[in-house]
Design a protein around this ligand. Structure first.
Ligand code: T46
Length: 140
């Protein structure tokens, strides 16, 4: 897990622009972008880990609490600023709670969508962790 500050330029009187580049600001090539919106306050999404996928999460509008869990410990991160990014490696269980209605969650992903890459059962996730599937390299 890594929290990054997304590069940002403010032009006087014209607002602010944030940007990031593959392999410069984040440690992977972006193969996919997706975003989640129209979500009511208090709703929770996620509840899965990825076998191989690495992602950057950021919230350009609103406030979203992300809980990450490596099978040993959990940590909560609030994405509440457009220039704050959270890199989540593979082998990490995640949940996201919408702290503000209509908050937008944007994700840059290292791989194309592949349902086979998901672990959606928590006990199965713990089994992968205990068997050393990720060699414990991705501990929080
Ligand atoms: C993650 C968190 C942060 C696709 O068809 N293509 C896609 O690229 C994605 C991401 C999803 N889907 C389908 C799969 C489901 O039928 O869209 C539906 C909703 O996906 P899911 O329930 O997995 O959404 P979240 O918000 O729980 O999780 C998503 C990502 O799936 C996941 O990788 O890390 O956002």
């Amino acid at each position: 897990m890594e929290i990054i500050e997304i590069r940002t330029r403010t032009t006087e009187g014209l607002g602010t622009l944030s940007f990031l580049e593959s392999k410069k600001d984040i440690p992977f090539e972006i193969k996919r972008i997706y975003y989640t919106y129209n979500v009511d306050e208090g709703l929770q999404r996620g509840g899965h880990a990825h076998k191989n996928l690495i992602q950057l999460l950021f919230c350009p509008y609103g406030s979203i609490e992300v809980t990450i869990d490596n099978g040993f410990s959990k940590e909560k991160i609030i994405l509440d600023s457009p220039n704050k990014g959270l890199i989540i490696e593979n082998g990490i269980w995640r949940n996201m709670i919408w702290k503000m209605k209509n908050s937008v969650l944007c994700v840059a992903a290292s791989e194309y969508y592949n349902e086979q890459d998901y672990i959606r059962d928590y006990d199965e996730f713990l089994k992968y962790v205990k068997e050393g599937y990720w060699n414990n390299e991705n501990k929080i």
